[in-house]
Design a protein around this ligand. Sequence first.
Ligand code: KG4
Ligand code: ZN
Length: 334
Amino acid sequence: MSILTLGIESSCDETAASVVADGRVILSDVIASQADFHSQYGGVVPEIASRMHVESIIPCISKALGEGGVSLKDIDAICVTKGPGLVGALLVGISAAKGLSEVTGLPLIGVGHIESHIAANYLTFPELEPPFVGLIVSGGHTEIVLVDDYNKIEILGRTRDDAAGEAIDKLARVIGLGYPGGPKMDLAGQSGDVNKYAFPRTVFKESLDFSFSGIKTHALNMINQLRMNGQDVDLADFAASYQNAISNVLVENSINACINLKCYNLCMAGGVSANSLLRERISERAKEKGINIYYPPVKLCTDNASMVASAGYYAYRNGIRDDLSMNAYPSYSL
Ligand code: KG4
Ligand code: ZN
């Protein structure tokens, strides 16, 4: 008999619910995205996000159960994102999960967002098992981790300032690409020259940490300078060069982590892992070094509830349980 987990996600601007079997097989994956709505403000407005989650959460859960061909009676555990994220947004999913757990008597499991992103790889590669090195790269995270076991994850390096996605989104806004910037930068850069503009790359000695605020500020100054001098900025070239510089540090630190640990499986996860240049570069470098590279399809890179249901399954199997005292943890870390 399969173990079925219901996943619920509401940490930022996607309301999502999914049913997953045995942590690996997606039975349903429902997402109500608010991105179009927030785009008019150039970024996520937390108060509006919370209100939109309230409107969408129950319809999403009902739809996920319906599309999965199951009812709550068939579910074994209710798994929900507990953090990090926007506190008011997280609380909507957590309240719904607590309510469902209370009326059904089903176990409640709070799941960290990073663990969930990693689990998107379990949904994509049925044979993949820890240990492996993980690069989690999104709007809120940039971390290199060692996934020693399903419930044992150690941080090896992290950003000391901006997340890579934050640095990409900020520049996208300034060059007029709008929100969400990542996919638009990706598209804009595809026809560009990655070597046209030079950007500084911050690398720390004997550390796998990152820093993206320097490159971001450098790029913003460069744009302002070019505009003030009345010079045209070639958006394709600029987007390509900027993403190339960011990808370069992400790739090199991840490859170094694999080599240092003699761990030759590398998984990428999180919204920025959808980036076509990053995927290409990390695949090339991994091949050169004899490292197996894994990343989910684009749909599972960005926030979704299937990854929550998958990570929740492994927590469930490990005996992890939460109760009504569980809170939202906006700054939750591994
Ligand atoms: O994982 P995610 O959906 O949410 C967070 O946990 O932050 O990631 C969202 C981030 C945003 O910064 C978005 O611009 C970026 O992922 N992103 C991309 C691409 N698709 C999404 N960045 C670069 N290229 C993409 N194709
Ligand atoms: Zn995320």
